[in-house]
Design a protein around this ligand. Structure first.
Ligand code: SME
Length: 161
């Protein structure tokens, strides 16, 4: 039988992923899958991680994701909703992507988007990106849940003292 989980149950599963994931990649895969499978309006869920190579422009590089293929595998910080969230270090919610000139289209079906930066040791190291086929799909509860997931990844990436 197909069932979906409550936010509290998703949070609990996020916690257990963070304690059991054997690697960062496994954690990112697990978080993307959990959110995509259990919150039906989250139609694309994925990570972009910040790549900073000497002498090159910083780049957001596509990591694990669930949903359709996206043409945006590398995004510079001055482009897209993704670039805006990473460069400001703030969550960006766009209720209607088609009226936001920053938006880089991934799927024609996408109507709204949330991008949450991931911090490790006080610095943006990546972000969680969620797209929905529904307009204004991301309310305060979604922001809280996505920020919780992003913090969990940030903590995983923070070296233990
Ligand atoms: N829409 C994003 C690009 C990433 S795709 O949605 C997966 C943006 O505007 O930055």
């Amino acid at each position: 039988m197909w069932t979906t989980l409550t936010t509290a149950q998703v949070t609990e599963k996020l916690d257990s992923l963070a304690t059991s994931a054997p690697s960062v990649t496994a954690l990112l895969e697990g978080v993307a899958q959990l959110l995509h499978e259990n919150i039906l309006r989250y139609n694309w869920v994925g990570f972009y991680m910040l790549e900073e190579l000497a002498g090159e422009e910083p780049m957001l590089v596509l990591g694990p994701y669930r949903g359709s293929m996206t043409p945006h595998t590398r995004i510079p910080l001055h482009q897209g909703i993704c670039g805006a969230a990473a460069s400001t270090g703030k969550t960006v919610i766009v209720d209607d992507v088609n009226s936001d000139s920053r938006y880089l289209a991934c799927s024609l079906e996408t109507k709204s988007e949330i991008v949450v930066p991931i911090f490790a040791v006080g610095k943006v190291v990546g972000e969680l990106d969620v797209d929905s086929h529904f307009p204004a799909a991301f309310g305060p509860g979604d922001q809280e849940l996505c920020e919780y997931a992003a913090q969990l990844v940030g903590r995983y990436l923070t070296p233990k003292a």
